[in-house]
Design a protein. Sequence first.
Length: 94
Amino acid sequence: MIGESVLKVSGGKMIRARIAFDREILDVRISGDFFLYPEEAIHELEKQVKEARSEEDIMRLVEAFFREKHVVVVGASAGDFVNVLLNAFRKAKG
């Protein structure tokens, strides 16, 4: 199943998450009008979330990613990414 979620964060920026799920996460795509530095960090985040097996894993992986990789995000927060990814994950699981 596919789960999609869109979150409009304070300041007007949008984050979109799409998760494909079939007993495990098959694919993760994150997009929107936020700014992330370094730019390629978004692909690393997608790879890390793909390893998640539960909602707790998503929270832990995303929070650790922003903390440990020293990624700079403008227009959103790590918590915003957690929220949109959790919503997409829940929809994908049905």
